[in-house]
Design a protein around this ligand. Sequence first.
Ligand code: ADP
Ligand code: ADP
Ligand code: ZN
Length: 213
Amino acid sequence: MKIIMLGAPGAGKGTQAKMIAEKYQIPHISTGDIFRANIKNGTELGAEAKKYMDQGLLVPDELTVRILLDRVAQEDCAGGYVLDGFPRNIPQAQVLDEALEKLGEKIDMCIDVDVPDENIVRRMSGRRACLKCGATYHLEHIPPRQEGVCDTCGSGLVLREDDKPETVQNRLKVYHEQTQPLIEFYSAKGVLKTVDGTMDVQDVFSAIVGLLG
Ligand code: ADP
Ligand code: ADP
Ligand code: ZN
């Protein structure tokens, strides 16, 4: 099963993608997590990506596409995967399509997690992230067991640099201009499903499981 999670920044794509990955035993692939891991490890790729991420802009396609195609070519992806944060514009979607077509494969479902802009800024300012294992929490909605500490790996939690309100506005703009057109793109392919992302985490997940079967 090859699944794409679509949605605005902070819509809950990552939260749901992790739950899908666990239930269906497929890898969760987040381009944002890959970039953040590279920044944390001080790689050249990380330094390049950071320049864009800090401004709320997309990392150039050339770089992003190479990383994603390398990742999905790995052995653990043979049985499918859930993509979170890729594709983010039409050219990325086209490259992915062509790569899959060459292998005789296709995307089975694109799930749009729908959350209005009004809710997004609140979600982002409350988000706390573990940069070590990629887990995310929310100060009010999904607090960690111990304040400021990751339940999963015990590392310290941070407010991401790009989750500050100034940058969130830019990211929303980029989302509407570049990413939202993918709803039409996948709808035209007949694989688009929409879930109401304003519900509780568990209710959103139940809706997704209902779609995936
Ligand atoms: P969110 O889901 O909260 O928007 P992500 O972790 O998916 O956050 O992305 C954080 C940042 O990483 C983006 O704002 C962008 O700079 C970069 N990024 C992630 N995925 C992509 C992608 N597919 N193409 C270009 N840039 C990306
Ligand atoms: P995305 O990957 O789309 O950027 P996340 O999964 O990181 O979004 O979620 C953004 C923030 O909102 C996080 O702080 C997360 O804990 C919280 N969150 C996720 N899903 C929900 C939900 N259904 N209701 C309330 N808060 C949520
Ligand atoms: Zn952690």
